[in-house]
Design a protein around this ligand. Structure first.
Ligand SMILES: CC(C)(COP(=O)(O)OP(=O)(O)OC[C@H]1O[C@@H](n2cnc3c(N)ncnc32)[C@H](O)[C@@H]1OP(=O)(O)O)[C@@H](O)C(=O)NCCC(=O)NCCS
Length: 177
């Protein structure tokens, strides 16, 4: 289901789409591309995700929502916007954030986030966990209006890494230029 063509100043139009459960293969394919391309950016591992079956991927649609960006036939970006259980109703967490390396720095993530704030006007606060080692993403979120909330949690994988939580008010998201 294509929802819009949005363009906030990159090198070409970006079409955004909210995936539905029957598109679980599309979700699987882009998640696996992301994990293969940027393993250091995520806690999930390619081998674990690649072994998941259809039912498992469909379960991921129980909680909305998965947004993909396309340029023509190419799927070039992914963001999950999620209301986390126990967190405020007007807060969303961003997860699984990835843009194809060929399309980076052309405003794809900015476009997706601005679109999310428009289609979810009731949301006041946006949150994202970023690995402390992911300097690029930390810079990107800073450019997109996010700042550290002061919360952090160590990973349990023995790597010594931590996740830090960033946050932004809706009116700031993607409008920091
Ligand atoms: C992080 C990521 C999603 C950014 O997506 P993107 O579409 O390239 O981001 P945008 O083009 O919307 O850029 C947003 C801002 O960040 C800046 N930016 C983007 N990449 C940057 C980089 N490598 N270094 C410094 N600034 C950068 C852009 O210049 C822009 O700021 P500006 O408008 O003030 O110039 C992408 O780099 C990526 O997929 N990285 C690997 C996976 C990852 O780390 N995901 C995040 C997990 S939390």
């Amino acid at each position: 289901m294509s929802v819009a063509v949005r363009y906030y100043g990159g090198v070409g139009p970006v079409e955004l789409e909210i995936l539905v459960a029957d598109q679980w293969r599309t979700l699987r394919d882009i998640r696996l591309r992301a994990l293969k391309d940027s393993p250091a950016a995520y806690i999930s591992e390619y081998e674990v995700e690649a072994a998941r079956g259809e039912e498992n991927w469909r379960d991921d649609f129980a909680l909305p929502q998965w947004v993909v960006a396309r340029r023509g036939e190419r799927i070039i970006g992914l963001v999950r916007s999620l209301q986390v259980e126990g967190r405020p109703a007007d807060e969303r967490h961003l997860e699984s954030v990835w843009v194809d390396p060929r399309d980076r720095r052309t405003g794809v993530l900015r476009t997706i986030l601005r679109h999310l704030t428009e289609v979810e006007p009731e949301v006041r606060d946006w949150r994202v966990w970023v690995l402390d080692t992911n300097a690029v993403a930390r810079n990107v979120y800073d450019r997109l209006g996010f700042s550290p909330t002061g919360e952090s949690q160590p990973l349990t994988d023995g790597s010594g890494r931590s996740e830090i939580r960033l946050g932004a008010r809706s009116e700031r998201v993607g409008r920091s230029e």
